[in-house]
Ligand binder design. Structure first.
Ligand SMILES: [Zn+2]
Length: 232
């Protein structure tokens, strides 16, 4: 191959790789099926969403804050965690929150077989129903990553991909004050906020920020809803 053809070939391969990378990580786009990263902007409503639920030791602290503040939120459940802590999952459902599917094993859905994708989604849905939840089940991909196989499966089963457009703990100092300030600065009509409040020490600041985020959003006039309510 001539050197200039080689260079063109390399440039095309690099552009394709960059394109695939952007597609796989896109917050508000996937090739097929329904994806949302926020709700309509005509109402002052915001959905709080929590990933990687449940946890035996920390979900109850989050439930207590939500109960005290009278807020319904959306918990994206990991199948493995529910299998390990079924009662923690039942307590989330019993408190009237929305439960979403966040995969069984929390591995990336890239270059996976159809059987892997089906198992990860269906086994987790089965556990969500076993926890006593009867509402709609949306899906949030682990690490937000999706290419073709996952959206194709979700589209065939009429499952909506729910991403987010506010992640206040990202690139913030790990303090409740900084996370709260970021959440309030990013607030807008229809926002879907992502928090990770369940891991023990690394997520402590997100747990501590939660009541302040709720109070601050309400002071700005927002109503807090589940994802399904936000999308109505
Ligand atoms: Zn996750």
């Amino acid at each position: 191959m001539k050197p200039n053809k080689l260079l063109i070939g390399l440039a095309v391969a690099m552009a394709a790789s960059v394109g695939l990378y952007l597609l796989m990580n896109a917050r508000c786009y996937q090739l097929i099926g329904k994806l949302v990263c926020h709700g309509a902007n005509d109402h002052k409503r915001i959905a709080l969403t929590f990933d990687d639920a449940p946890s035996e030791s920390t979900s109850d602290a989050v439930l207590a804050v939500l109960a005290e503040k009278n807020v319904k939120a959306t918990f994206f459940m990991i199948g493995e965690n529910m299998a390990r802590h079924p009662q923690a999952a039942q307590r989330i459902a019993a408190a009237g929150h929305e439960l979403g599917n966040h995969s069984y094993s929390h591995r990336r859905f890239l270059l996976r077989s159809p059987a892997f994708i089906a198992r990860e989604i269906e086994d987790t849905n089965t556990l969500i129903r076993a926890a006593g939840y009867h509402g709609p089940i949306h899906f949030r991909p682990p690490y937000g990553k999706k290419l073709l196989g996952l959206p194709w499966y979700l589209a065939r089963h009429h499952i909506t991909t729910v991403m987010w457009d506010s992640e206040p703990a990202r690139q913030q100092p790990p303090s409740a004050e900084a996370i709260t300030a970021a959440a309030l600065a990013q607030a807008h009509n229809g926002a879907i906020i992502l928090l990770h409040p369940f891991c023990l020490d690394a997520c402590r600041a997100e747990r501590e920020a939660l009541p302040h985020i709720i109070d601050g959003l309400r002071a700005q006039g927002y109503t807090l809803t589940t994802v399904s309510e936000l999308l109505k």
